[in-house]
Ligand binder design. Structure first.
Ligand code: FES
Ligand SMILES: [Fe+2]
Length: 392
């Protein structure tokens, strides 16, 4: 019931969506906007290798990245590993409960000291068995005499900035990246999500032959559901979307058809988990989708070339999984998502990339695509600011 502690979504969001069913036209219409798609100059958004290198440097290496839920390293003695824009990162919570992040690269010769996730007091590199504790100290070397002229303190794992913000794990790939302030504009809006309790039940990685922004774009509007997802999602979802921006971050929410049943019913009778989904998109390219029963995180990174990207997808339960039945339920939902992404969304993102590469001069964003307008502007502004800090 509304007002109980188990309500899944803020009532304001549900209320706005139900208003759309009742005829509210929704958010103010955005003006039409376009972005250059191709053309060989420095503004070519999806095809220009020079802009692409700038993005990798400014938006990924020098900008904080949301990489997971803090529930992934809840217990002292737990660790997890992440690919973050091609950089291998190890995140640990040491025996004293202190969170750390490191380059997941052994200080002997660079092999990865951990894979996957789990609990451990120490991590042993598979190559020559150097062993590190969860605070990064080197605590064991086979044939240690061979290094008796090297300072052991200097062989600790290389730390990276890390913070827990609103239950999310935020890391930086360079020492001076501000991880604590990265979500300041949206942090207050994330409290209801309960991110710190989420438990990952499955992950998947995709290599998509499209610029990274095209893989973000597929998550930013519901306009395509009636056509691209005609058989899969359209019978379930309606494009009664509501949108908000918080600095560079955004939130959009959309309903299942059954939310239409709430029109005219007293709010006190609305279900605790309204049939809606809420997506928080966090600068520069992490989207976290909250459904009534689960959470999905999309981390989208540039690949090695301008026309390629990597998408890491994680499915989480809202609370630590209590039963096999619950786990199977989440895995079933995850398989469904994976099928839609791999058969419908990513193939069309690859088509858009080929369209840009064919010489199409502009992409056009209409009034049902306000999040695309916001995000392409945000990425553009971030590059412009960092290229020339003195520019207005
Ligand atoms: S690379 Fe890790 S022990 Fe040699
Ligand atoms: Fe889609």
């Amino acid at each position: 019931m509304t007002g109980s502690t188990t309500v899944r979504f803020p009532i304001e969001i549900t209320r706005r969506i139900v208003g759309r069913f009742a005829g509210d036209p929704g958010d103010p219409r955005q003006t039409l906007d376009t972005v250059p798609a191709s053309g060989g100059d420095a503004a070519a958004v999806f095809t220009d290798p020079i802009r692409f290198e700038l993005e990798r440097d400014l938006l990924f290496r020098r900008t904080a990245q949301v990489v997971g839920w803090s529930g992934e390293v809840r217990a002292p003695g737990s660790f997890t590993t992440k690919d973050v824009a091609g950089v291998q990162v190890l995140i640990t919570r040491d025996g004293d409960g202190v969170l750390h992040a490191f380059r997941n690269a052994c200080t002997h010769r660079g092999a990865q000291v951990a894979e996957g996730c789990g609990e451990a007091r120490r991590l042993t590199c598979p190559y020559h068995a150097w062993t590190f504790d969860l605070s990064g100290r080197l605590v064991g070397q086979p044939e240690a005499w061979a290094f008796d002229d090297v300072d052991t303190d200097g062989l600790a794992l290389r730390p990276l900035p890390v913070a827990e913000v609103a239950g999310l794990l935020v890391v930086g790939l360079e020492p001076d990246v501000d991880v604590h302030g990265a979500l300041a504009d949206i942090e207050a809006e994330l409290g209801w999500c309960g991110y710190a309790d989420h438990e990952v039940v499955a992950t998947e990685t995709y290599h998509v032959k499209a610029n990274w922004k095209l893989a973000v774009d597929v998550n930013l509007e519901v306009y395509h559901v009636a056509s691209l997802h005609r058989e899969s999602l359209h019978p379930i979802l309606v494009n009664h979307t509501v949108h908000d921006t918080f600095g560079r971050h955004s939130r959009h929410a959309f309903p299942m058809r059954s939310a239409g049943d709430l029109v005219g019913r007293p709010e006190a009778e609305w279900p605790a988990a309204a049939p809606i989904s809420v997506v928080h998109t966090l600068f520069p390219s992490c989207a976290v989708l909250e459904t009534p029963v689960s959470s999905q995180m999309f981390r989208i990174y540039p690949g090695r070339h301008v026309g390629e990207c990597t998408v890491h997808l994680a499915e989480a339960s809202l609370h630590p999984v209590g039963s096999d039945e619950e786990r199977e339920g989440r895995l079933f939902g995850f398989d469904y998502t994976k099928a839609i992404l791999s058969q419908e969304d990513f193939p069309v993102a690859e088509q858009c990339q080929r369209g840009a590469e064919s010489g199409l001069d502009r992409f056009t964003f209409g009034q049902l695509e306000p999040m695309l307008q916001h995000w392409h502007q945000a990425w553009h502004d971030a590059l412009a600011e960092r290229k020339d800090p003195a520019s207005p």
